[in-house]
Design a protein around this ligand. Structure first.
Ligand SMILES: [Cu+2]
Length: 78
């Protein structure tokens, strides 16, 4: 098990793509919230966006994008 004493977190809002309804937003939220390093993620359909609080020492936006893409959606890193 990896431990860290670093409490540094970042909050960023990412644009989401390929969402068809609010259920898709819930799916993206679940995908992100189960990732190591993600403290809290909330996603909405309109606008299609995810606000994520995360520890950048553990997880990167690229990791999140890959996970979201594996779920059939897409996330823009901006
Ligand atoms: Cu949907």
């Amino acid at each position: 098990m990896e431990t860290t004493n670093n409490n540094k977190t970042v909050v960023h809002t990412f644009t989401l793509e390929k969402l068809g309804c609010s259920g898709c937003a819930n799916s993206v939220e679940r995908i992100l919230n189960k990732m190591d390093g993600v403290i809290k993620a909330t996603a909405t359909f309109k606008p299609s966006a995810a606000t994520v609080e995360y520890n950048p020492d553990i997880v990167s936006p690229t990791d999140m994008r890959t996970a979201v893409q594996n779920g059939g959606y897409d996330m823009i890193i901006n």
